[in-house]
Design a protein around this ligand. Structure first.
Ligand code: ATP
Length: 279
């Protein structure tokens, strides 16, 4: 197997294992976080933040204490989805993350900006530092699950999270188009090089239920999620339909009101996360 690796591949692996910051940084002293799960996608716009939000809501409904660290520094969308606007409170030795209406703790750079539409024009090292500070300087307290919404692709923030934070598992989000799957494979390869366990693949926008007749329409053709997961040898967690009600609730800051019980497979993803629950 090793013989088939290109020099560039070997070089990347070497760099990944010796890069500065490879050591995991300890979290804040007041934090007791049992499981850290990152949510990643190869391409933008496939619904990674929505999947993060839905996973958080499902875990919270099951009685777990949940937080979301929005590591999508330049395109944060978690606060808007949960209707959270309060600024984190600085209590001297750390920042208290605001809570959503059901009690999910949220930290996002958007909550620290004067206006939510101010752009963040930062280079890589600043972005990496912000992500690290969300881990070290935020008072998350006791959490069963901290979900980390990564920005799309394989840039600085995903690299920082995988190298420096003790990520227990990673969920990959894709959509049914071939192109997306090609890019997803890059993300999977990066994750493997970083030695982070992949929990599985979720396919978003898999199908549409006609609001008038209830017919299931495969808008992007037959779902390829489970085959694709098999190809890249990771578990297939399930699929999400394109649902206008979900889009509306995300836009109005009410994702916590979404009824995900009818989504086949959703319970299973949560069970997969629960299986991870090691402490
Ligand atoms: N299954 C779905 N049904 C309906 N709308 C959806 C669905 N998934 C996502 N959306 C909508 O699509 C838009 C993009 O979703 P989202 O922000 O989750 O994508 P993302 O992959 O996190 O994007 P980014 O690349 O910017 O981080 C949002 O407006 C969201 O409400």
């Amino acid at each position: 197997m090793n013989q088939n690796k290109t020099t560039a591949q070997k070089d990347r692996e070497e760099k990944a294992s010796t890069a500065p910051g490879v050591e995991k940084i300890p979290g804040g002293e007041l934090n007791r976080i049992k499981n850290v799960v990152a949510i990643m996608s190869g391409k933008g716009g496939v619904g990674k933040s929505t999947v993060t939000g839905l996973l958080a809501v499902s875990l919270q409904r099951k009685g777990y204490k949940v937080g979301i660290l929005d590591a999508d520094i330049t395109g944060p969308s978690i606060p808007r989805m949960f209707g959270v606007k309060n600024r984190p409170e600085n209590i001297g030795f750390g920042l208290m993350p605001p809570e959503s209406s059901s009690g999910i703790r949220i930290m996002s750079l958007n909550l620290l900006l004067e206006n939510e539409d101010d752009p963040v024009i930062w280079r890589g090292p600043l972005i990496a530092n912000a992500v690290k500070q969300f881990w070290t300087d935020v008072i998350w307290g006791d959490l069963d699950f901290l979900l980390i919404d990564l920005p799309p692709g394989t840039g600085d923030a995903p690299l920082t999270v995988m190298q420096s934070l003790p990520v227990d598992g990673l969920v990959i989000v894709s959509s049914p188009q071939d192109l997306v799957m090609m890019v997803v494979k890059k993300a999977i390869n990066m994750t493997r090089m970083m030695g982070v366990p992949i929990l599985g693949l979720v396919e978003n926008y898999s199908y549409l239920i006609c609001p008038k007749c209830g017919e299931k329409i495969n808008i992007f053709g037959e779902s390829r999620g489970s085959k694709a997961a098999e190809q890249v040898q990771i578990p297939y967690l399930g699929s999400l339909p394109l649902d206008y009600k979900l889009a509306e609730l995300c836009d109005s800051g009410s994702i916590e009101m979404y009824d995900s019980d009818g989504i086949k497979g959703m319970g299973e993803w949560v069970k997969d996360l629960e299986r991870l629950k090691k402490k």
